[in-house]
Ligand binder design. Structure first.
Ligand code: SF4
Ligand code: SF4
Length: 178
């Protein structure tokens, strides 16, 4: 019911860029954990965390895969760090059509960090022996979310009323607006 609150555990990974030495153990374990079957391969292109590297300046910046977007955004960011200008979108977390990052290399399907669902601790945090990635957890009161089952029932009824194609078109239009 809308307006109801519930307590939720919010997990945050604190990234200490100064401690990252670019070893890429985080990329390795993430891609292995998400391989099918699990641990059967370790291609970093499948990792949900990528290290932006600038070895000459001893600069390594971990970036986590975030939400998927269907369209490129019109506003871009450009960072200059220690005098080096980075490519547009270098530190963006989105899996988006403008670049290859955070896409499953074979299928092109978007990748998103799922905090290693089912594991006691995110594996990138566990494998980062330099303490560049630190897990923090806190309890927060949040609005009660609609249960996925309810959402599925609602979608099913909309689809049966309007047809699945119209629903898909409407969702695509809404995604482009947001
Ligand atoms: S495992 Fe830690 S130190 Fe190594 S690249 Fe990843 S974040 Fe950096
Ligand atoms: S928390 Fe898990 S899924 Fe997310 S980047 Fe780290 S290893 Fe990958």
């Amino acid at each position: 019911m809308s307006g109801d609150k519930k307590t939720k555990t919010i997990k945050t990974i604190r990234i200490d860029v100064d401690k990252c030495n670019g070893c890429r153990a985080c990329e390795l374990i993430c891609s292995a954990f998400h391989a099918e079957p699990r641990y059967s391969s370790n291609n970093p292109a499948r990792s949900r965390i990528r290290i932006i590297r600038e070895p000459i300046r001893d600069l390594y910046i971990p970036v986590y895969a975030g939400e998927y977007t269907v369209a490129e955004c019109a506003g871009r960011d450009k960072y200059t760090i220690d005098g080096k200008e980075y490519d547009e979108c270098s530190f963006c977390r989105a899996s988006c059509p403008s670049r290859d990052e955070f896409k499953e290399p074979d299928s092109g399907l978007p990748l998103k960090c799922d905090m290693c669902e089912g594991e006691a601790e995110p594996l990138c945090v566990k494998w980062c022996t330099h303490d560049a990635l630190i897990l923090e957890e806190r309890e927060e009161e949040v609005e009660e979310q609609e249960e996925p089952e309810d959402l599925e029932i609602g979608l099913e009824s909309l689809a049966s009323k309007f047809g699945l194609d119209k629903i898909m078109d409407a969702v695509a239009r809404l995604s482009k607006k947001s």
